[in-house]
Write a protein that binds this ligand. Structure first.
Ligand code: HPA
Length: 252
């Protein structure tokens, strides 16, 4: 398979649960990118959107075949970087912990706590790789976060500015006790895919921000005794409809 040359990509979008292709992407070409870390979640689809070049990658695969702990985060970020992306928006389904972060709310978080384990968290994990320490005090690129917030405003989509994303291992949802602990730790949201993606983006010096789509109240935070997976996907579908307008405004 011939390897792609870096192209000018204005923005890359990594779609999470419920976002497996990017609606409105025109003249799309598919790129299968080889990486030193193995295969990415799938082809990267590059096309025109709002007059700009947008790259799209479905984090879980286009048929949602990869659970969060088996996503090859390193290959995904490397492939986007190799194609020439410099700015990445990670779209992530989350559970809401904070009372104002209920289903269908969109949050642009500003902090992360990582509870995942057993994932490759750094490009330094490879044999012979140079050891590189990154500053991660602010895990998201503040200028991109601000641009996303402003774009949401122009697109008339309500979003919450800031919040702490707690990244759990999945694929199961959490217990009430785990969520109670995360709340005490200061988490406002819980999701399974925010890390190590954000840290790997920083290692590659990519600008990275997260659009967190709330699918449900996290365990013990809502009225229901159980969380319905069907309802999660229904809320996600509704929240996901707001992503293209935000991205369109971001590109203008
Ligand atoms: N927990 C973890 N990840 C999630 C949740 C949740 O409640 N909802 C959507 N993604």
């Amino acid at each position: 398979m011939p390897q792609p040359k870096p192209t000018s990509i204005d923005l890359a979008v990594i779609g999470g649960s419920g976002l497996y292709n990017f609606p409105g992407l025109q003249h799309a070409e598919r790129h299968t990118v080889d990486t030193p870390y193995g295969a990415a979640s799938g082809d990267i689809v590059v096309g025109d959107f709002a007059g700009k070049r947008v790259a799209f990658l479905a984090r879980h695969g286009e048929s949602h075949n990869l659970p969060p702990h088996r996503v090859n985060y390193r290959a995904n970020l490397w492939a986007l970087h190799k194609l020439g992306a410099q700015r990445v928006i990670g779209v992530n389904a989350v559970g809401g912990i904070r009372a104002d972060m209920g289903p269908r709310v969109i949050v642009v978080p500003d902090q992360v706590i990582d509870y995942t384990h057993g994932r490759y968290t750094s490009f330094c994990d490879a044999d012979g790789a140079e050891v590189k320490h990154i500053d991660f005090s602010e895990p998201y690129t503040e200028s991109l976060r601000r641009d996303v917030l402003a774009a949401a405003g122009r697109a008339n989509v309500a979003v919450i500015n800031g919040g702490c994303y707690g990244a759990t291992q999945g694929p199961r949802l959490e217990t009430r006790a785990e969520i109670a602990r995360m709340k005490r730790d200061g988490c406002d949201l819980v999701g399974m895919t925010g890390m190590p993606e954000a840290a790997l983006a920083r290692e590659l010096e990519l600008a990275y921000a997260c659009l967190a789509l709330v699918a449900n109240f996290a365990a013990g935070c809502g009225d229901e005794a159980e969380i319905s997976i069907e309802e999660i996907f229904a809320h996600l579908a509704a929240a996901t409809a707001n992503v293209p307008p935000i991205i369109e405004a971001l590109l203008k």
